[in-house]
Design a protein around this ligand. Sequence first.
Ligand code: NAD
Ligand code: UDP
Length: 322
Amino acid sequence: MVLCGAAGFLGSHLADRLLADGDRVTGIDNLATGSRANLATADNHPHFRFIEADVSLPWTWARDLDTPDLIAHFASPASPVDYGREPLATMAVNALGAMHGVELARATGARLLFASTSEVYGDPLEHPQPETYWGNVNPTGERACYDESKRYAEAYVTSAVRKLGIDARIVRIFNTYGPRMQPGDGRVIPNFCMAALRGEPLVIYGDGRQTRSFCYITDLIEGVVRLAKAQARSGSVVNIGNPDEFTIIDLAAIIAQIAGVPLKVVKAELPPDDPARRRPTIDLARSLLDWEPKVALRDGLVLTLEYFRGAAGASDVLASRI
Ligand code: NAD
Ligand code: UDP
């Protein structure tokens, strides 16, 4: 299979899982936000191959591949700080990358799995968010480069299913966390973990009453693999996330407690268009994939804090205990 974004947080875990399942994996990444170190386990596997390439550009590297059975497109900055820094590259990788993925799927007969996001729901007016909700997105705001390019990719991929008859699926991923997140990627869990471990105040944007629902990496990967491998599910668009919803203040308190430090917070301005509430409806994943998350936030955060505390290698051992 071909895995775009293999050196990233999710991509590297997906690579490890598929290699363990017996698949051959060709990982593609331009290392824009990912790290070669994330692929330390995969690099030691005889069925793994890495190609450094930008998937927004024509996929010339694909000519040298054996015909893949699956193309998973996970390449894209995912943190608001990362895509805010590179808005045009973010739009390119989601729009052009998805188009190249469709082309390779059409040419080879491979199945395509596109990693979309809960951000397609924007600042949702419907709560929790089922797949049938069309969203509330500011098309010209600071998050638009990410939200709208994911929405474009969803439209392109589903149009290709109808027009070309390719087999493609879309996973709408809700906030996921765990080992191999970059400590400086700006997302709330790395920021809070690093601040707690340094004994610094946790910086809460806005009043901290906004909510998110956090899914541990092993749960997410299980859902993604089930969607990728399910028979006769072309055209499916499925939320994968943990429906337990927490305010950002709750999250800060839990992380401080696990880290064993007193809770110290400072407030900062809320970024524009920051969604007020987010929680997935996962009825479809339950019924189509017989999937639901198993790892409670507190348990996942213990493992994640261990990762941020120590070396990446040691944390992988901890993650594998779940
Ligand atoms: P990440 O930044 O850790 O990984 C993304 C990877 O894509 C990186 O290795 C990066 O170098 C690579 N990449 C970026 N642009 C590229 C390009 N033009 N060509 C080749 N490689 C490129 O992010 P992540 O958290 O692992 O997210 C992976 C995917 O899942 C993304 O598509 C993201 O939108 C989606 N997603 C993630 C979350 C989450 O909570 N982690 C939530 C919703 C959706
Ligand atoms: N956030 C925060 N402090 C931080 C980083 C983020 O209060 O140091 C808030 C942010 O405003 C948002 C939530 O935490 O409401 C989740 O932010 P993140 O960047 O992790 O992901 P998002 O779900 O917004 O894409």
